[in-house]
Design a protein around this ligand. Sequence first.
Ligand SMILES: NC(=O)C1=CN([C@@H]2O[C@H](COP(=O)(O)OP(=O)(O)OC[C@H]3O[C@@H](n4cnc5c(N)ncnc54)[C@H](O)[C@@H]3O)[C@@H](O)[C@H]2O)C=CC1
Ligand SMILES: O=C(O)[C@@H]1CCC=N1
Length: 268
Amino acid sequence: MNTTIAFVGGGHMTAALVGGLVKTHPAANIYIADRNDGKRTHLHTKFGVTTVTAQADLPANIDLLVLSVKPTDMQPVCEQAQAATIVSVAAGLRLANMEQWFSSPPTMLVRAMPNTPAAVGYGMTACYARPPATTSTLVNSLFSAVGDVVWTENESLLDTITAISGSGPAYIYYFLEALEEAAIVMGIPPQMARRLAIQTLRGGGEMARLTETTPAELRHAVALKGGVTERAINVMEEKQLKKIIKTAIQSARTRAQQIGDELQSKDN
Ligand SMILES: NC(=O)C1=CN([C@@H]2O[C@H](COP(=O)(O)OP(=O)(O)OC[C@H]3O[C@@H](n4cnc5c(N)ncnc54)[C@H](O)[C@@H]3O)[C@@H](O)[C@H]2O)C=CC1
Ligand SMILES: O=C(O)[C@@H]1CCC=N1
């Protein structure tokens, strides 16, 4: 992918995308605008990319512009944005809303929801394009360089996807914290506890990915009747852990929808 890619916003999500991208894409073709000095220094030092203070200082010949600021900071960024293909990774913000903000509308506008494991090539990104049912090869190559990509023709699904795979890494880290803390409380040395927890999560995920077996069947193959694991699963069932997780995810989806509503009502 020998294209010029620029990012507005050099925060967590951009750092993750660029971290994955530089493994296959020349750093010389990546530009990042961020008003924060520390973020610019960090990104330049770590990845060798070019950083600028203001969006207006980005080069004119950008093939792909990724807008990666907080949803509430998007309007002035869109007003200044100039590129044939523009991608927003902002949670909640709807494309119909964004379209009203461009003084120079792009030919292809995409709303994407990536996640931070893009940094290590294991990202998951969902995309929706305007006009609907179109896809962009350029945008697809950006996100497939850092993981898996799906396209949807239904923009509202992106709010749900945000709560599943956009936020999902945080749920996984939370579970990891719990696994690790349980191990330490029961006497395992901290370093070993982390290793046990991470490799178990990694192995479980990889096995679920590589086999045809369903997650429930994989679970039953571990939780033997009358055995050890069954006791733990029973406690999780009694405490309705699945219900808690589903309620939590619905709450995250509601927040994504709220962000979209708030930005829309600000515009009307
Ligand atoms: N952090 C995550 O896991 C994910 C974040 N997102 C989305 O990505 C976007 C960025 O999120 P983060 O990187 O986590 O936020 P962040 O707060 O870490 O980074 C935002 C950056 O934008 C910069 N900025 C704001 N306005 C600017 C402007 N006009 N010109 C130049 N720089 C400007 C800030 O200085 C900051 O460094 C958000 O819209 C969020 O919804 C999407 C998926 C996952
Ligand atoms: O929490 C957030 O708002 C962003 C969107 C998905 C993950 N982080």
